[in-house]
Structures are given as structure tokens and as C-alpha cells.
Design a protein around this ligand. Structure first.
Ligand SMILES: CC(C)(COP(=O)(O)OP(=O)(O)OC[C@H]1O[C@@H](n2cnc3c(N)ncnc32)[C@H](O)[C@@H]1OP(=O)(O)O)[C@@H](O)C(=O)NCCC(=O)NCCS
Length: 292
């Protein structure tokens, strides 16, 4: 069927919102990054490519570098007119080139979907990490108090301090940009900061739904780590959610993130057995579509 059309990539614009909504709603194959941003939030960014043939659009791929240097595949979807491999072949060479031109050196994708995994492997991506899920069940006891430390709610206007701290704690692929952190704060049910001598040195951000609470972000400034602050923030949120009637708090972290895994398990989180592989590929050209 693809042979009847000449699909070519074109950059999407905010004016394509309805078209992209329709494409995603009807997509037969759809990959969406675990993201704070919706696909339509990315429409003004590049690359966000559509596979088009005159007035028809059959696939899209978005991987704008965010954080700088890293191009997560945030959206990839294809309708019934294009097989995923054909859509990928149409979009990825141009998308990877554009991401590289904007300074991205690594592409990444988080997916356990067999069709997406096969596509990624075929394109030269390798499984380099994983995300594991843990869960805390039951009621939490009162959090301990640490001398000289205050845990309190985040206040609007403190986002720059949080961003600075977050970027120090997550320097690479897992970093947040300002738009991502803003979206996360907007969607959070509980954001708390930890202060030492009036300075914010740690924070956590959690969401809540009918399924339970979810600890989505935890960071302590590198020079303040190893002093119990991360544990204090987690115990504080477990207690806060317990008071609100939640008896289940989930979290996920990278397989190779020993400090956080140690912390969560020590505080009573148990592995759920659920995990997602993380695939990465250097954006150097050769293995990535051949149009370096
Ligand atoms: C994870 C993080 C929040 C922990 O903060 P922290 O203030 O250092 O945490 P605590 O001092 O309360 O406890 C850290 C625990 O991890 C252990 N730990 C610290 N570094 C470790 C390492 N390199 N390997 C294994 N365990 C380590 C400590 O021994 C301590 O356990 P213990 O109390 O049994 O000795 C902090 O390391 C951080 O911000 N990391 C970067 C961001 C991140 O990875 N966030 C979590 C991802 S979801």
C-alpha cells in the first residue's frame, strides 16, 4: 500500500494540532514516552515530523532534544496506511539529522512494545538501561525530624531553585527542562522541598490517582547527598499520603541507580517485577538511517 504513495517528511506546526490529534487517536501503532508533556505540547518544537503525501498524513515522529543533547523519542505513531518500519524509514533519517543539528548526541527510547523494540534494534539502538517499578503498601508512621532540616510544601515562584537543583542531581539523559518541570509541578498532587539553613537542597514531586500515589521525582543536591535527606523526603511523603488515605505509593527508577534503589528498598518499597528497557543510540550517523 505504501507503494501507491510517496510519503515525505515535513515539520509539523501548531496549526497541525487537529491533524495530529486525529492521527494519534486512530493510530494502529503508537509509542508515547512516559512524559509530562502531551504530543500537542511538542508541536512547535523540532523535530516533530509528519509523513505526508499531498493532503494525506500517515505517521508522525517527535524527538526534540530535551534535555539538551538528548533526543528522547517522545512520540511515534503510524496509521493503517504505513507499516511502522515504513513510517520509521520515512521519518527517522530526517528526524535524527535535525536532532543532531540541534546538538543532540544521543537518541533514546523507553519501550517494552515488541514492535517498537524490534524497530529500535533494527535501527541500531541498544538496550543500555532499564526502568524498574517498586511499590510501598500500607500505612506509614510519623516521619522523624532531622535537626536543622525543614520539609515544607513547594511555593509558586520557587521553580528556578528546583530546576537548578534537579539539573545538578540529574545531569544527563534523565534531566528535566523548565517546560517539563513546569508541567510536572502542574500535574503533581504533592511537591515538597527540604531546606537546610533556609536553602532548598532537596525536593520530591508526587502524583495521585484512583490507583494510588506515585513518587515521580526525588532529588537531593549532590553536595548534600548521603545525609538522610532523600530518605526524610520519602518518609515525609509516605506519611502525607497515608494521612490522605492512600495505602499504595509507587515509584520507578533506573536499574543502575543504586542510591535510589537502596533508599526505596530500605524504606519498605518492594519490587513489583514490572520493568521497561531503555534503548539508546549515539547520533553519529552511520547506524541511524544513513543520511549523516
Ligand atoms: C537518590 C537520592 C535522592 C538519595 O538522596 P540522599 O539524600 O543521598 O539519600 P539518603 O542519604 O537518605 O540515603 C541514601 C542511601 O543510599 C545509599 N547510597 C548512597 N550512595 C550510594 C551508592 N553509590 N551506591 C549504593 N548505595 C548508595 C546510602 O548508603 C543510603 O543508604 P543507607 O542509609 O542504608 O546507608 C540522591 O542520591 C539523588 O538526588 N540522586 C540523583 C537523582 C536520583 O537518582 N533520584 C532518584 C531517581 S527516581
Amino acid at each position: 500500500m505504501a507503494g501507491q504513495h510517496l510519503w515525505v517528511p515535513r515539520q509539523a506546526t501548531p496549526a497541525d494540532q487537529r491533524l495530529v490529534d486525529t492521527l494519534l487517536a486512530g493510530a494502529r501503532w503508537r509509542h508515547a514516552h512516559l512524559d509530562w508533556l502531551d504530543a500537542v505540547d511538542l508541536l512547535g518544537q523540532s523535530p516533530f515530523l509528519l509523513a505526508t503525501d499531498h493532503d494525506r498524513t500517515s505517521a508522525c515522529l517527535a524527538c526534540p532534544p530535551d534535555p539538551p543533547g538528548f533526543a528522547w523519542i517522545r512520540v511515534f505513531a503510524s496509521g493503517s496506511e504505513l507499516q511502522p518500519a515504513e513510517a520509521w524509514a520515512c521519518l527517522w533519517p530526517s528526524a535524527s539529522r535535525r536532532a543532531r543539528q540541534q546538538g543532540a548526541t544521543l537518541a533514546a527510547a523507553l519501550s517494552a512494545e515488541p514492535w517498537m523494540v524490534s524497530l529500535l534494534r533494527h535501527a541500531g539502538f541498544e538496550e543500555t538501561n532499564g526502568v524498574v517499578f517498586l511499590e510501598y503498601r500500607g500505612r506509614a508512621t510519623d516521619p522523624p525530624t532531622l535537626a536543622g532540616v525543614r520539609i515544607r510544601s513547594y511555593r509558586p515562584g520557587e521553580i528556578d531553585a528546583l530546576l537548578d537543583l534537579d539539573q545538578q542531581a540529574f545531569p544527563g539523559l534523565w534531566g528535566y527542562s523548565l517546560p517539563v518541570l513546569s508541567a510536572a509541578i502542574e500535574q503533581a498532587a504533592l511537591v515538597t522541598v527540604l531546606e537546610v539553613a533556609g536553602e532548598i537542597v532537596g525536593y520530591q514531586l508526587s502524583t495521585a490517582s484512583a490507583l494510588g500515589a506515585h513518587l515521580a521525582r526525588l532529588a537531593v543536591a549532590p553536595q548534600h547527598q548521603g545525609q538522610g535527606y532523600g530518605s526524610a523526603l520519602v518518609r515525609h511523603l509516605l506519611h502525607a499520603f497515608s494521612v490522605r488515605g492512600f495505602d499504595r505509593v509507587s515509584v520507578n527508577t533506573q536499574v543502575d541507580n543504586r542510591p535510589s534503589l537502596t533508599l526505596y528498598r530500605r524504606l519498605g518499597f518492594a519490587d513489583t517485577g514490572q520493568s521497561y528497557p531503555v534503548f539508546t543510540a549515539p547520533l553519529s550517523g552511520s547506524a541511524l538511517g544513513g543520511d549523516a
